[in-house]
Design a protein around this ligand. Structure first.
Ligand code: FMN
Length: 203
């Protein structure tokens, strides 16, 4: 099948794109506004994109014309955010946080998450997350109307003790049990079906 994107509506483009690029890691992004109110929301237009500076990117898209998501507003005003990685145990809470609540709703409460203060940023992190990345905004790229990619530098990392080997400076990623977002309404993937392929050397 050949599909010319020019023939599609925005919704159709979205639907096919997110079904083609799978699985996508999920950033459960926690932020604080200038009054110190907390916000948490999931984003699967997300990945690590650079090691020096260590950087992640998050695609924040308006759900309706003129609407700015709390996450985008808080990052715009504070320049800081935390990416909490998502495992099975916080998947349902993460899903709760994906509802478009007004700014005064604290999704930490709704999802049963415990906020912990950031070490290097004013944004809180989710205590229940296996891994959390404290980030400072490097740049915001406006791709289209209400379509922003926030690129943040990772300035501090929290890893659950049992996932980390300090002697080897090694994260046991296979034990973290992170989930990814798949296609359509509500499909997710687990990182339990792994295989190892040593890196080709070319010789
Ligand atoms: C698994 C999942 C992934 C999502 N990924 C994105 C995304 O990449 N970009 C986006 O703009 N919204 C995404 N959403 C929707 C936002 O989480 C939702 O609009 C949320 O209400 C935004 O909250 P906020 O206004 O508190 O920032 C996703 C929702 C879920 C459940």
């Amino acid at each position: 099948m050949e599909i010319d994107y020019a023939t599609l509506t925005p919704h159709e483009r979205y639907k096919l794109l997110v079904a083609a690029v799978t699985p996508r890691p999920i950033a459960l992004v926690s932020t604080a506004d200038l009054e110190g109110r907390y916000n948490v929301a999931p984003f699967s237009f997300f990945n690590a994109i650079s090691d020096d500076p260590p950087a992640v990117a998050i695609g924040v898209n308006s759900s309706r014309p003129g609407h700015v998501k709390d996450t985008a507003r808080n990052i715009r005003s504070s320049g800081e955010f935390v990416v909490n990685l998502v495992d099975d145990s916080i998947a349902a809470g993460m899903n709760q946080c994906g509802v478009d609540y007004p700014p005064d709703v604290d999704e930490f409460d709704l999802a049963g998450f415990t906020p912990l203060p950031g070490v290097k940023v004013a944004a809180p992190r989710v205590a229940q997350a296996p891994i959390a990345l404290e980030c400072r905004r490097l740049v915001n790229v406006e791709l289209g109307i209400g379509r922003n990619v926030v690129i943040g530098e990772v300035v501090y990392m929290h890893v659950r003790d049992e996932l980390f080997d300090p002697e080897k400076l090694y994260i046991h990623a296979e034990r973290a049990g992170l989930i990814g977002r798949m296609h359509g309404a509500g499909w997710y993937a687990r990182t339990t079906d792994l295989f190892n392929m040593p890196r080709a050397t070319g010789s």
